[in-house]
Design a binder for this molecule. Structure first.
Ligand SMILES: Cc1cc2nc3c(=O)[nH]c(=O)nc-3n(C[C@H](O)[C@H](O)[C@H](O)COP(=O)(O)OP(=O)(O)OC[C@H]3O[C@@H](n4cnc5c(N)ncnc54)[C@H](O)[C@@H]3O)c2cc1C
Length: 569
């Protein structure tokens, strides 16, 4: 079966890897590049492609993981298996979370070309214009929605909205609707309509709100990541070197000027030099981790763990936040939902063959096909909650495919107030970061999720769903009053994997980069990834990271920014 899956998967060109040409035991400088990019994730792949467009620039992209050639990555329905596969991820967890009954919460992150974008849920959202306008108003010129929209457009290949000013067909990232959503999605939309919510026909306009079918970074039945859309085509270029299985230990300095990087390739330690810039794109957990290992961060913390201080910058690793979520899970006998079950086995086999031969059917889906962005309180200025409908049973124990029949809703708090941090465990650059997001420490986050659970019960109480005579497995009918629901939220709260703001952009005491994404007080180094968010946008985060990287590439290459678009309603 795996052989067949492999056949179905994208055929990938061989990766150009610089193997260690010398077997020196001392870390001498091995090679010099104009630009070194640390981390081939969502942002890093965009940067590598854009910076190497000019053949005069030599560009090196360094990635701790391997190539993204596993079928779990390219087949959209393989997403659960990709997230759970230890070979593609960092295996991170939070420290025990005091507000969550001391539970440790898993924090999946891609460790592979494409980074988290190679294992993510493929939902395509930008969020509301207000989020970006807030960034600009907080002292970051050039980061308002009108400034970023050209970069969202530049990245997008979305033929399903031909005449919309919010969409484009010329960019590299393929985006589409799931052609035939599961029947239960129609029921979700109908229940939302019964409750008086508006339908949203496009979640990527300036001010999206309501319920409806969602688009994904899926094209011709396959996942689209920045590795497949940007990096792979760019790898034909002689001026781009991609190093996989290469872990950046630290950035090297001469005073406050960055000079290169020190990396581990297997047991060997090497150094590479950058004459123009180093760009840190390790993601929201690892960018601060790399900087702290390099001696850039809170001097007190660095002294405690025994890392020599290069630059005292207290904001590195602080202000971590992510979208917290809880859920309602229903079980049912009817076999409409996506599932692996005896009842559905003949259908499952046909759908498997359908994917193998035509790259269509449920295996070409990320399984989350409809959802809603709503205001959970009437006085809010923007939707503060995402309601993610799953036309599949939520498994009791983690398993990559839904077992048995049912459906579920995850409610996501889009503007959490809890803030946490990323720290070093010790002075070993190979040690995992200590991640304490302090989930649920702000009571508002828990209250939002409790409101979401109550709304979910209303949704499942509508005729569109009651006809299935489904049973609520979680929270269950014993969990009814607010106190019990709060307790349930603290037992189940997880994140939906959108961490950010750990190298925050701005000019305040805890900000790490300026509006050009240059690290305050250092020369020749920028951070470009989800860690620079002044605040995490109220939406899934991949598209905004792509736009950030597109904009950063222009800034690095001194290409004037496209004219800001006038306000679009
Ligand atoms: C399970 C999951 C589901 C998600 N679902 C969605 C979704 O449906 N829609 C959406 O929009 N967003 C989703 N996201 C979020 C989105 O994918 C991320 O916001 C985005 O990928 C972040 O991009 P990045 O460039 O900041 O970091 P990443 O993509 O994580 O890239 C960081 C890269 O740096 C590498 N790296 C780190 N440290 C080092 C080092 N020391 N040396 C060398 N390399 C290093 C990593 O291996 C990785 O490849 C999801 C994320 C996850 C994990």
């Amino acid at each position: 079966m795996l052989a067949c899956l492999r056949k179905c998967a994208q055929t990938l060109p061989l990766i150009k890897i610089i193997a260690n040409p010398l077997s020196a035991s001392s870390p001498d400088i091995k090679q010099t590049f104009d630009y070194i990019i640390i981390g081939a994730g969502t942002a890093g792949c965009v940067l590598a492609a854009r910076l190497s467009e000019n053949p005069d620039n030599s560009v090196c992209l360094i990635e701790a993981g391997g190539p993204e050639n596993h079928p779990y990555i390219s087949i959209p329905a393989g997403v659960g298996a990709a997230i759970m596969n230890p070979k593609m991820g960092w295996g991170l967890n939070t420290v025990p979370q005091t507000a969550l009954h001391n539970r440790q919460v898993p924090l999946p992150r891609g460790r592979v070309l494409g980074g988290s974008g190679s294992i993510n849920g493929m939902a395509y959202y930008r969020g509301t214009a207000m989020d970006y306008d807030d960034w600009a108003q907080q002292g970051n010129p050039g980061w308002a929605y009108a400034d970023l929209l050209p970069y969202f457009l530049r990245s997008e290949h979305n033929p399903e909205y031909q005449d919309s000013p919010y969409h484009n067909t010329d960019g590299p990232m393929g985006v589409s609707f799931i052609p035939k959503p599961n029947r239960l999605c129609k029921d979700f939309n109908s229940a939302m309509s019964d409750l008086g919510f508006q339908q949203c026909h496009d979640f990527n306009v300036a001010y999206p709100e309501g319920y409806g079918y969602r688009q994904g970074t899926i094209f011709n039945g396959k996942r689209v990541s920045t590795a497949s859309a940007y990096l792979r085509p760019a790898m034909q270029r002689n001026n781009l070197t991609v190093m996989t299985e290469t872990l950046t230990r630290r950035v090297l300095f001469n005073g406050k000027q960055v000079t290169g990087v020190e990396v581990s390739q297997g047991n060997e330690i090497s150094q590479y030099q950058a004459v123009k810039e180093i760009i840190v794109s390790g993601g929201a957990y690892h960018s601060p981790h790399i900087l702290l290992n390099s001696g850039v961060g809170d001097a007190k913390h660095l002294n405690e763990v025994g890392v020599p201080v290069i630059h005292d910058l207290p904001g590195v690793g602080r202000n971590l936040h992510d979208h917290p979520a809880s859920f309602v899970a229903m079980d049912m006998n009817d076999s409409t939902s996506y599932a692996l079950s005896w009842k559905a086995l003949p259908r499952d086999i046909i759908q498997f063959l359908q994917y193998c031969f035509f790259r269509s059917g449920p295996m070409a889906s990320n399984l989350f096909e409809t959802n809603a962005y709503i205001r959970s309180l009437p006085n809010l200025d923007r939707p503060d909650m995402q309601i993610v409908f799953q036309p599949a049973r939520r498994n009791i124990k983690p398993f990559p495919i839904p077992l048995g029949h049912g459906f579920a809703i995850s409610v996501v708090c889009l503007y959490p107030k809890s803030r946490g941090k990323v720290l070093l465990a010790n002075n070993d650059p190979l040690a995992a970061p200590v991640i304490d997001p302090e989930l649920g420490t702000a009571s508002e986050d828990i209250e939002t999720l409790v409101r979401g659970l109550k709304l979910t019960r209303e949704i499942f109480g509508k005729p569109a769903f009651t006809k299935y005579q489904a049973r609520e497995r979680m929270p269950g009918t014993a969990v009814m009053d607010d106190q019990a629901l709060e307790n349930y939220v603290r037992d189940t709260l997880a994140t939906v994997h959108h961490p950010g703001s750990t190298c925050r952009m701005g000019n305040g005491a805890e900000d790490v980069v300026n509006h050009e994404l240059k690290i305050h007080g250092l020369e020749g180094i920028r951070v470009v990834d989800a860690s620079i968010y002044p605040r995490v946008p109220g939406a899934n985060t991949n598209a905004s990271v792509v736009a950030i990287a597109e904009k950063a590439a222009d800034m690095i290459l001194n290409i004037p920014a496209p004219e800001a678009l006038i306000k679009l309603s």
